[in-house]
Design a protein. Structure first.
Length: 114
């Protein structure tokens, strides 16, 4: 069975299938902020969506972080390191990419286990 969370015409905020939860790429609401604050905002959105599904960040198994500029890598990690729980870091890749909105400095996509 496949369950779609907050579906729209183009995408669902999350999809649950085969014991995994796939979150769509989450982007910042605070586009006037720097990379650390934008990352913290995105991580808070991830927490909120996982909570809605009945999970916590400890269930995240894989993360892809897209940065508009790799020069923001340390700034992103400043927020990430405060957020990720000791001993519960997921597998992770960080890549530079042109994001859909030029004001976004970061987009984060995660997969969690039920």
């Amino acid at each position: 069975m496949i369950q779609r969370i907050e579906p729209s015409k183009r995408y669902s905020e999350a999809v649950i299938a085969n014991g995994l939860v796939f979150l769509s790429g989450m982007v910042p609401d605070n586009t006037d902020a720097g990379a650390t604050a934008q990352t913290a905002n995105v991580l808070a959105q991830i927490d909120a969506l996982l909570t809605k599904i009945g999970l916590t960040k400890s269930r995240i198994v894989d993360t892809t972080i897209y940065l508009a500029d790799m020069a923001d890598y340390n700034a992103m990690n400043a927020a990430w390191d405060l957020w990720v729980a000791e001993g519960q870091a997921p597998a992770r890749a960080t890549v530079e990419a042109r994001l859909a909105d030029p004001l976004w400095k970061v987009e984060i996509k995660v997969t969690a286990a039920l």
